[in-house]
Design a protein around this ligand. Sequence first.
Ligand code: ADP
Ligand code: MG
Length: 572
Amino acid sequence: MDEVTGAQLIAEALKSQNVEYMFGIVGVPIIEVAMAAQAAGIKYVGMRNEQAACYAASAIGYLTGWPAVCLVVSGPGLIHALGGMANANTNCWPVIVIGGSSDRNQETTGAFQEFPQVEACRLYSKFSARPSSLEMIPAVVEKAVRSSIYGRPGACYIDIAGDMVNAKTDRTSVRFVSCCPAPPVSQADSREITQAVRLLKAAQRPLIIVGKGAAYARAEKEIRELVEVTGIPFLPTPMGKGVLPDDHSNCVAAARSRALLQADVVVLLGARLNWILHFGFPPRFSPHVKIIQVDLCAEELSNNVRAASALLGGIRAVVSQLLDTVRSESWRFPSDSQWWATLKDKMTANAQISKTLALQSTLPMNYYTAFHHISELLPKDCIIVSEGANTMDIGRTMLLNYLPRHRLDAGTFGTMGVGPGFAIAAAVLEQTQKCAQRVVCVEGDSAFGFSGMEVETMCRYKLPIIIIVINNNGIYSGVDPETWKEMEKMGDMTTIAPPVTLLPEARYEQVMTAFRGRGYLVRTVEELRSALQESLKNTEMPSLINVLIDPASDRKQQVSVVRPAPEGFRSS
Ligand code: ADP
Ligand code: MG
């Protein structure tokens, strides 16, 4: 008899589905699963919270197009991972969550950490199942991997009864399944393509919007050709940034509002008309805008705005179809059009405002000054992870991306706490693929708090991530240390401290030094530049640069106005 355990079957099944990475936190009953995975050649990264583990696994799915695993224990472990599953599913990123659960003969008995896990995961996933026997494990694993990447990508859950982990069976009784093929490609209806090109040719003010679906689809070559052959301006969504470089001459990100408002025909490539794109509704879009929508999810087509042309299919295939037709008709949008003139005027004006703010030399620094100097020093090929409110919004406009899939942020779900997990995933990929691209994680001070303990994970694996905490002492805004002291004197802080405030000048860099990474506290431009330069040179260990900025610093319009501290707490 050739016996095999449940843990081995899970590990071997994952391996035969080409799964290469597993992130998790072990405990009873899944320790042996992680060990078997390592024995099968899967890289295992032990994290500090299941949420961050799931963020990390899902980032691998986005960056590589193939899912990684998040391995968690039963009950609370699985429930912590739900945040990561929801984030992945909402972002349309593949991930496989494997949860240990209570034994088969203990169901409904009030067993240790017992929870209806398969049911709990249904809302957060495309597929949620518990193999009923050891023999079924490989088939369920294949189905989960396939479901995560076929159609619209998303999260899948596999529940493993605790007693199955060490149970044994004979190999000959197991139903083994070979690796699922890459997702099949579909093209749009050719009549729809003709209609789309007709619409484009009639447009006075056309615009291409590039979303993270295009980044996931690896459609950079086709989209670059479409942009360059047609001469149409394009606008990336936050994670669509880098599919074409932000400094491409057709990029009109610096005139985003104007471009959205005045476009008469929009080619939507892998982006949903959700809140990120203001639903496609007035007053942010013209009420007459015609949408040429490309998506592989049929249910997505015509959401919020009825598509003038609905192109159902894979982005690469459909953009190639559009290109064939455009080329055969030798059509090009004129570069001397009024549309281009309008957009260029607006871009010049907007760039001037940011530049004025960036060059302010008052201390503490504002966001624009900090980002200006950071962007000057970052290598063009670095992977930028970003989260926070103003930190993410302002950072998005000032930190440029030049390569596809080099920006990871709070995404469709607006999830705070994703940064460290995403950064770990990106850095593990770089390390194992022997690439030297740096991962820079730009965090608001509030955002950093959610998963801050993952700094230990970074140090343990010697991942040379650079975390930059843009510290304004709070959520959206905070107060300065003097104002804080005044408030403390006035009595019970639970009734006084504005809910948005966090401890002023908190020493986040010491979280990094606690685990033998490098930490820097910076207040001035010179300190910021030298800390970042030193961190970039250090390829052995992670660094954390704690940048104390003006707690009243805000976005463009308000930045020159000094915002007063809350009424009654103004320090002299
Ligand atoms: P963004 O956040 O950039 O606006 P979204 O996540 O809202 O992007 O939208 C991505 C869209 O891309 C989803 O509707 C998804 O179905 C679609 N998509 C993902 N992969 C592909 C692909 N290969 N081909 C076509 N559409 C895709
Ligand atoms: Mg903050």
